[in-house]
Each structure stands twice: as structure tokens, then as C-alpha cells.
Design a binder for this molecule. Sequence first.
Ligand code: RFL
Ligand code: PHB
Length: 398
Amino acid sequence: MTVSSRTQVGIVGAGPAGLLLSHLLALRGIDSIVVENRSRAYCEARQRAGLLEAGTTELLRTVGLGARMDAEGLEHGGIYLQFEGERHHLDFRDLTGGRWVTIYAQTEIVKDLIQARLAAGAAIEFEVSDTEVGALDTDQPVLRFTDSAGTRHEVTCDAIAGCDGFHGICRDSMPAGLVQVAERAYPYSWLGILATVPPSSDELVYSRHEKGFALLTMRTPQVSRLYLQVPADERIERWSDDRIWAELRHRLTVPGWELKDGPITEKAISPMRSFVASPMRYRRLFLAGDAAHIVPPTGAKGLNLALADVTALAKALTSLLSGGQAQAADAYSDTCLRRVWRATHFSWWMTSMLHVDPHADQFGATLQLSQLRYVTSSRAAATTLAENYTGYFALTWD
Ligand code: RFL
Ligand code: PHB
């Protein structure tokens, strides 16, 4: 038996994109359902991003999601860039006229969003299976799924948002031949750890070392997050905790500074990829976040892009569904892709400048060092990095 129902917007995926979209639509009086194939606990624990652009922080505050972020988030006014054994500070506030970034983990944003949505009585179905989207060539697309109790549902919608991440089903449900993909795989991965030890630095340290890139970041005043460049096909079993700390120490230490270590509570290897699918819309199916694009994490842009997409999408759907105005929906893909391509270039540039390319020759390595020296000595070059890192495009929600 299939249970039929209807809602205004069917949202596939309870990651940051799908959850924020549902929240923003509710602020405009638009009903939605969110379907998610993982459990609530899994969504709330999945370790991912940690760094928010200034505009993302302001948006979350404006829409009533800032309380815990303001209490627990860590504001940073810059970063350190390290190479050839020296650490250089980039002061974002000075370079950009006062902009900053905030450390507040994606896990915490997801927890805040799930709590806010459930408190508002929203429909979020966790642990669904066999999600499908159909009738996409009509103005009443349908969302089908089997709930955690085994009941099949068919929800008729006015629009569907594919917020189902890189491995979701929505992008591949668009008509064959419509979507163009631009893509780049990098010949290395990141090994990321979470460790119970106070961060050894007040701000993030991005280090280019001849043995490979390393990044020191953090989650709270008690918890550090660190990353190491490893070969693309690396296996996590080859990295004992002792080996990880020794390699981090080797790539991050500078005279007069020491890396503190502590118990590692989580470790995983993630591949690095740039990927942009366009257009991000077919009729009333809209893609947002990692479903449409991914960037390597060096520029810390993925989460920020996902939240920016759904801010544009919430506005477009409000005009379309409440005002009968299609202009913003028609412009949605182009609007998002302008920001996406800026972040794609920035993330590629940061990645290429800071990692050791196993295929590069002396020429490539010397160009990287020249670029790093330029960024840390020219105010114009430093400003380029700072304005992209803190968020180049404004994010507005009135
Ligand atoms: P998500 O978070 O992947 O959520 C998609 C959700 O859809 C569900 N899903 C389905 N549900 C129902 N039916 C189906 N058929 C489904 N298929 C999938 C999934 O279970 C999931 O819950 O995508 P979203 O919402 O677009 O959010 C994107 C962000 O998660 C991602 O861009 C960032 O985490 C990227 N990223 C970073 N971004 C930043 O802005 N700053 C950072 O500092 C940063 N660091 C990172 C990162 C990503 C990393 N990894 C692991 C890729 C660091 C790392 C290591
Ligand atoms: C993180 O805190 O996980 C993080 C921060 C900055 C990056 C990537 C990841 O560039």
C-alpha cells in the first residue's frame, strides 16, 4: 500500500542544505517535508566542516539560529600560512575592513537545525529508503520513499529540492544530456583527525612542507582537528596514532612552537575533488549544496556554498509559490553558479599552492613557493586571499 499526501516543497537530504532550506521556507509560511536515508544520530555525528564565512554566521543569526553559535563559536580574525620553516600571519580584519571567520562545527549546525525544525513541528523522516523523484516534466513533481516502518509514501509537491549530497539520487534524475559536469580529481587525499587536546594555535595554520600539506584547525577550546596530505589511494590502517602525531609535528613545527598531542577520537581519509554540475535546475527540481558541486576542503567553502545555495533557493521558491513570480527561480542556477565558480577557483588555487603534487617537477614546486612568498609580502595578494576566504559574495535574507 502507498500512502499519498501533498506538500509544497519536497526536500531530499537532512544535511545542512536540506535542513536550512526547510527552516527558511517555514519562515516564509511554506510547508515542506525532509526525507533522509540516515538516522538522526548519524547526521548529527558526521564529522565534516568547521569554518563559517562572516556572511554565513550573520545569516544564521538573522534567521534565529545564532544562539549556541554565538555562545560556543570561536571568531578568528586571520590565519597563518607556513612554508620554508616560517609562519606568516594574514590579518583578515585589517585586509578586508573588518571581516572574520567563525569556527563552529557542521555537526553543531545540524544539531541546532534539527532541534529547531522538530520544535516547530516540522516533518523530517529519518532512515527512509528507496527515495525517488518523478513527474519532473510537470508542475507537480512527486517524491516517493519508504519510511523507517516500511510504509511506501508518494508526496505530490509544487517543487523538489535535491539537497542529497554528492552521492544522492536527484542529480542523476535530471533528464539525460541536460547536466554538464566540469571536474578535477587531485592526486592526493586528506587524513583528518579529531583529538582531545587544546588547539596549539590561536588561529588556523596552513602549512606547505616538502613532505606534504598539513592543517591545524579546531572545534572547541578543548578539541583540535588536524589534517595531513596523504597519497590518493592511502589506507587508514597504515597510520597509527603515533605515526600521525609524528608526521603532524614534522610538517607543522617551527622554532619556538610545539604541537601538543592527545587522544585521537576519530580518524578518516577523504579524497579531494572539484566538481560542478550545471544547470542546477530542471523545471521544478532544484539542486543545492554538494548535490550540485564539491570543492576540495582547502578553502573551507563547501558548507558555506551549500547554505548560500539554499538561501537563494528559499527566496526563489517563495516568489514562485507564494507570489507566482518565476524570475528568481529561472535565475537560480546562474545566481548560484557565479558564487560556486568563484569558490571553485579559490579552492583549486589554495589547494594547488599548498599541496605537494607527486607529478610536479622543480619548476612547479618553485612556482608554489614564489606564490606563497607573494601572498605573504604583497598587501594586494594577501587581500585577494582574505576577501575570498572570508566570503566574496554578500549573503542576504531580509
Ligand atoms: P550533505 O551534508 O552531504 O547532506 C546530504 C544528505 O542527503 C542524504 N541523502 C539522502 N537522503 C535521502 N535519500 C537519498 N537517496 C539520499 N542520498 C543522500 C545524506 O545522508 C546526507 O544526510 O550535503 P549538503 O547538505 O549539501 O552539505 C554540504 C557539506 O556537508 C559539505 O560541503 C562540507 O562538509 C564540505 N567541507 C567543508 N565545508 C566548509 O564550508 N568548511 C569546511 O571547513 C569544510 N571542511 C568539508 C570539510 C568536507 C570534508 N569532507 C569529509 C568531504 C572537511 C572535510 C574533511
Ligand atoms: C575544519 O575546521 O575542519 C577546516 C577548516 C579549514 C579548512 C578545512 C577544514 O580549510
